[in-house]
Design a protein around this ligand. Structure first.
Ligand code: ADP
Length: 456
């Protein structure tokens, strides 16, 4: 087993990894930017190294700074968390060259899944159902027009290097395609440094359903069931739950085994998530695979009773999975709300100092957060300040538990989306489990004063 793990991340996920390491008796190294000197992940790690100024390109995204920190402290493994360098095949390769274990899949698998067009081809070959679309990258508008005509509008143009809901353009008519194609390429180039795009059929009102897998280095792969993440704003998840109210045991078993076979086909190791869209008729379509720990992993941990971060560490250290698929069981229902520092009406970020922070405990409540009273929410990073996760015997109990938890949550000093979450939980459609990625359209952002609303 590892003696010391460096955590190449910040915020709640850095703390989450520290928690797992403490339980496993492994020492930890925190890295931090100048903006995070007083953060809890620095306080609770055994050692810490400042890796640069606040801008993440100069700190949390700097491979040389992170590798140097690992070498100086003698860390034998790096956990990348999510975001930042978590899906960087380059970091994984440099780790390999420096004899530091990267806690994640092999660099070749990260590369494959990081190119969504290549991933689509590989997963189609491995037997996963696909949306109609281009076989690979689309170089010209003419080709895009032809494919769109073949598969029928609406279509979506997506960046092969896309992530975080960016680099996507929905196209409803041929007349709009040229402009959307050029904008998507330009945006992808600016955001990811790679302008390549592909085209697939756009589904109206789908559900987002993803499967969690774990694979060890001895050929064992299991799935831990699904998460439903249909409540999204601008393709960014807001509320996640497990199990999905739309799945039967039979479908779970069928989809789970398809995913396990696909993961095995690419020799997938460590934790991964296979994301699908499900259409209103219940058909599944593969969208992408994320080669890292996901923000929403706690809902799976709660219904399965497993600790995914500890499993990641054990797998990376070469241990065999200690359980078989038949030993994975699902109990009750779990829901997560992402608490963001933002204005609940306009959705504008709301960084600043939190003067008072309190989330009630009680049965079935878990809070993963870096926030505390008198802490600073930095404008340099993601606006998520906490994840509130609840578990109940069934979905109704979980919803009631989440509501009372949010009602008793105190965050003074900055604005948060807690009121938005309470509105979501109050919707009849949410209670009935009638979810889709269009759910949030009913809460369109209020236009800023002085600007005319675009639609009446
Ligand atoms: P990212 O990697 O940026 O998260 P994804 O490919 O996972 O991008 O897509 C994110 C979200 O975008 C999905 O959950 C869904 O809401 C929407 N989306 C993506 N592709 C389609 C599609 N073909 N039809 C409808 N919605 C889509």
């Amino acid at each position: 087993m590892f003696k010391k793990i460096l955590i190449a991340n910040r915020g709640e996920i850095a703390l989450r990894v520290i928690v797992a390491c403490r339980e496993l008796g492994i020492k930890t190294v925190a890295v931090y930017s100048e903006a995070d000197e007083n953060s809890l992940h620095v306080r609770f790690a055994d050692e810490d190294v400042c890796i640069g100024p606040p801008r993440s390109t100069d700190s949390y995204l700097s491979v040389p700074a992170i590798i140097s920190a690992a070498e100086i402290t003698g860390a034998d493994a790096i956990h990348p968390g999510y975001g930042f360098l978590s899906e960087s095949a380059y970091l994984a390769e440099v780790c390999e060259a420096c004899h530091i274990r990267f806690i994640g899949p092999d660099p070749s698998v990260i590369k494959l899944m990081g190119d969504k067009a290549r991933a689509r081809r590989a997963m189609k070959k491995a037997g996963l159902p696909m949306l109609p679309g281009s076989e690979g990258i689309i170089e010209s508008e003419e080709k895009a027009l032809k494919i769109a005509k073949d598969i029928g509008y609406p279509v979506i143009i997506k960046a092969v290097a896309g992530g975080g809901g960016r680099g996507m353009r929905i196209v409803r008519t041929a007349a709009d395609l040229g402009h959307a194609f050029r904008t998507a390429q330009r945006e992808a180039e600016a955001a990811f440094g790679v302008g390549d795009v592909y085209v697939e059929k756009y589904l109206e009102n789908p559900r987002h359903i993803e499967f969690q897998v774990l694979g060890d280095h001895h050929g064992n792969v299991v799935h831990l069931g699904e998460r439903e993440c249909s409540i999204q704003r601008r393709h960014q998840k807001l509320v996640e739950e497990s199990p999905s109210p739309a799945l039967t045991e039979k479908i779970r078993r069928k989809m789970g085994s398809l995913v396990v076979d696909a993961a095995r086909a690419v020799q997938y190791t460590n934790a991964g998530t296979f994301e699908f869209l499900m259409d209103p008729e219940g058909k599944f379509y593969f969208m992408e695979a994320n080669t890292r720990l996901q923000v929403e992993h706690p809902v799976t941990e709660w219904v399965t009773g497993l600790d995914i971060v500890k499993e990641q560490i054990r797998i990376a250290a070469g241990e065999r999975l200690s359980f078989r698929q038949s030993e994975v069981t699902f109990t009750g229902h779990s829901i997560e709300c992402r608490i963001n520092a933002e204005d609940p009406e306009t959705f504008a970020p709301s960084p600043g100092i939190i003067h008072a922070f309190s989330v009630p405990g009680g049965p079935g409540v878990r809070v993963d957060t870096f926030a505390h009273s008198e802490c600073t929410v930095s404008p340099y990073y993601d606006s998520m300040i906490a994840k509130i996760i609840v578990h109940g015997r069934d979905r109704q109990e979980a919803i009631a538990r989440m509501r009372r938890t949010l009602e008793m949550t105190v965050v003074d000093g900055i604005k948060t989306n807690v009121p938005m979450h309470l509105k979501i939980l109050a919707e009849a459609d949410f209670h009935a489990g009638r979810l889709s990625t269009a759910f949030m359209d009913r809460f369109a952002a209020k236009p800023k004063a002085g600007r005319l609303a675009e639609t009446a």
